[in-house]
Design a protein. Structure first.
Length: 331
């Protein structure tokens, strides 16, 4: 997908009070200052470095002529796989606009300028990324659709289960994994792709899970290994995050046949903590996980993908994204 980066389009004359450029490490301090002004809490440099560890390009930054940051549209690379082919994609996040600039809901507004600059420069045929996706709130998604920036690729669904007392499992067991099973993960990843051949699945390998879960500077996760009783190699891995009021299933690695066992393991894990189990999954896969009496409802999180001047002709990922909370950068 890589090619020579096209020249940055100039802003219209009516918007000459701003400058717009790709953001790199030299812009980190200004972006984090903007982050605190918008979200009312700081982002440490360590956390920022973790989020953008896999790219030198952080996103697009809009400034005033005297270089004060106004808006930012971030992009974190993510590899997806579909029928044996890799698609380089990007998750957009840290989308922020100074409160004083939020009132212009048009193509003259700051949000449109940073998002369209990013999409038209970096996403589409001959560019770094085949497609861009994200997890915006309902207001941001609606605004992006109205401005012609986004189209829907699905919605995140909420699944809930009551906790379950541990049973006597004669054929399988679960246990917290002290470390990631390096030898088993490639086979689990292959099985996952084989069992969901019609879906775009984000890469789940040793490097990705170490980065996403073990090295995360903000959250603590538990990785459960679901194993046959007389074997040491797991049939599935499950990432769980404990919250004050519930336990959340964050990610899954394995085939379809192990899904029920994994949900049982999560419910038993939650039972010891007297909490229910919660999970977010894209509507493309929610039915595969709605087992054992799951309560299923729509969440407020839509899944947009980009619209740009350089879209590929076909968009086979629409309605086929295999996503859980762990496919985000913040859950």
């Amino acid at each position: 997908m890589n090619s020579a980066t096209p020249p940055s389009p100039a802003l219209p004359a009516s918007l000459s009070r701003w400058t717009i450029n790709p953001a790199y490490s030299a812009d980190d301090e200004d972006i984090r200052t903007l982050f605190e002004a918008v979200f009312k809490h700081p982002m440490s440099q360590r956390h920022w470095d973790w989020k953008y560890a896999e790219t030198t390009l952080k996103g697009t930054l809009l400034r005033t002529q005297d270089r004060q940051p106004v808006a930012f549209f971030g992009g974190m690379p993510r590899a997806f796989f579909f029928q044996g082919r890799q698609y380089d994609s990007v998750q957009n996040g840290d989308v922020m606009v100074l409160p004083s600039e939020r009132g212009i809901f048009s193509k003259k507004g700051a949000l449109y300028q940073v998002a369209s600059h990013f999409f038209n420069r970096h996403v589409g045929l001959g560019r770094e990324y085949a497609f861009a996706f994200g997890f915006p709130n309902a207001r941001h998604f609606t605004l992006g659709v109205k401005l012609g920036l986004y189209e829907s690729a699905g919605r995140m669904m909420e699944l809930r289960w009551s906790p379950q007392a541990p049973g006597r499992h004669w054929s399988w067991r679960w246990e917290p994994a002290g470390e990631l099973p390096r030898q088993a993960m490639p086979a689990l990843w292959r099985r996952m792709q084989q069992d969901w051949p019609q879906h775009f699945i984000g890469l789940r390998d040793m490097k990705r899970w170490t980065y996403r879960y073990l090295d995360n500077p903000a959250n603590v996760y538990t990785i459960l290994a679901i194993k046959p009783v007389f074997l040491s190699s797991p049939r599935a891995l499950l990432v769980v995050r404990e919250h004050e009021q519930h336990c959340e299933i964050i990610d899954y690695l394995g085939g379809r046949r192990a899904v029920k066992l994994a949900i049982e393991a999560a419910r038993e894990f939650a039972h010891a903590r007297n909490k229910p189990v919660f999970m977010l999954a894209s509507d493309a896969i929610a039915s595969d996980f709605s087992v054992l009496g799951a309560e299923v409802a729509e969440s407020s999180i839509s899944i947009p993908v980009n619209i740009s001047d350089h879209d590929l002709g076909e968009k086979p990922w629409l309605g086929r994204l295999w996503l859980m909370a762990g496919d985000s950068d913040f859950m």
